[in-house]
Design a protein around this ligand. Structure first.
Ligand code: ATP
Ligand code: LTN
Length: 335
């Protein structure tokens, strides 16, 4: 580990609170395999974060393993990056408490995700939901990363993480590296297939395509995708006027690596009838090898266990170095 620190460091996580979907894949996940070649990468399953909203314990366990299998199936080779479960590395919770004390009530109150989730779960506006960004800052700062690859919706959380790090550094000296968010341009905000004004999300399953979904179900969702009621019915990228079609263009471009102009040219004069199934097929073929490999890995629990155990050990080592430094700086007596 020590000599590898010449490379830039990256960290990111996804909550195993629902099955992984196309938004998670085309937004952050699909970019990660290339990053492991270039950077020292840490990818984790953010299980501590999931309990800010009530979870079914058995489902959470199942999804955590499934998500790990999907990470590997998407190309995250555990030999080349560190894959771990957040709750296996106690330093996350330990640093989160310290950072809670350097995070302001006012700044937490401004977080869009807190406002959205407390509106959605009005019966359970718990302290964890409110202080979530401090835990996320701990997740990040423990590893002294240069970049944090996330989807557009997490930018605000990376920004508050930077503010917390700067505040701490201003008091105690350069303890934390202040990381940059890393947001891919194409695919950063995939919209729901049946409500293209909202982001694709597991809480709206009809407009959401899951990575483990059967090809026929994926095709059905794409064929039913909402397009636009304009009269020209042409495949043209114009998000404000034609959100449905533009979203499909974005999905097709992300899956095939083509530019928006190339996609427009390919379907020029063909109407939506041909375009929608073509996008569906491109996604079915993109997801097929991932689904098959994840299913295969899920039959080998011993292997998955060996991956997350080794990951926790490596993560623990790096995280504890930062945690010890922080404890010392704030004045805790070493054990
Ligand atoms: P929810 O359904 O509760 O909104 P989610 O599906 O967005 O949750 P998260 O765990 O919040 O799942 O997101 C994991 C990662 O995927 C984050 O980096 C997030 O930015 C990204 N992401 C989620 N949805 C999309 C989307 N529709 N388009 C692009 N990126 C997305
Ligand atoms: N908040 C993120 C998940 C997450 C994360 C992180 C992402 C938790 N900790 C650290 C990047 C870095 C989400 O809900 N998608």
């Amino acid at each position: 580990m020590e000599q590898a620190t010449q490379k830039k460091v990256m960290i990111s996580g996804i909550q195993p609170s629902g099955d992984l979907h196309l938004g998670n894949y085309l937004g952050p996940l699909r970019h990660w395999p290339a990053m492991i070649e270039e950077f020292d990468c840490y990818f984790f399953l953010a299980d501590l974060h999931t309990i800010t909203v009530r979870q079914d314990p058995a489902m959470l366990r199942r999804r955590t393993l499934e998500q790990l299998a999907s990470y590997i199936a998407c190309g995250l080779d555990p030999e080349k990056c560190v894959l771990f479960v957040q709750s296996h590395v106690p330093a996350h919770s330990q640093l989160a408490w310290v950072l809670d004390c350097y995070t302001m009530f006012g700044e937490l109150s401004r977080m869009t995700q807190f406002k959205d989730k407390s509106a959605k779960h009005a019966d359970n506006i718990n302290a964890g939901l409110f202080t979530y960004p401090a835990l996320m800052a701990a997740d990040i700062l423990l590893y002294q990363p240069d970049f944090v690859p996330v989807g557009e919706d997490q930018k605000q959380h990376v920004e508050i993480c930077r503010d917390i790090a700067n505040r701490f550094n201003n008091i105690y000296g350069e303890v934390f590296k202040v990381p940059e968010p890393y947001i891919a341009k194409v695919g950063a905000r995939i919209m729901s297939l049946n409500a293209p004004e909202s982001k694709m999300s597991k809480s709206m399953p009809e407009g959401c395509v899951f990575l483990m979904e059967k090809p026929e179900d994926i095709m059905r969702k794409f064929k039913r995708a909402v397009t636009d009621s304009d009269t020209e019915r042409c495949v043209r990228y114009a998000p404000a006027e034609k959100p449905g079609v533009s979203n499909l263009i974005q999905i097709y471009a992300a899956a095939t690596g083509k530019s928006y102009e190339e996609v427009e040219r390919e379907f020029d004069g063909q109407g939506y009838g041909k375009f929608k199934p073509a996008v569906g097929e491109a996604i079915v073929e993109t997801l097929r090898p991932i689904r098959e490999e994840a299913q295969r890995l899920l039959t080998d629990k011993t292997y998955l266990e060996s991956v997350y155990r080794a990951g926790a050990e490596k993560a623990d080592y790096v995280a504890n170095k930062t945690l010890r430094k922080v404890y010392k700086k704030v004045g805790f007596v070493a054990r």
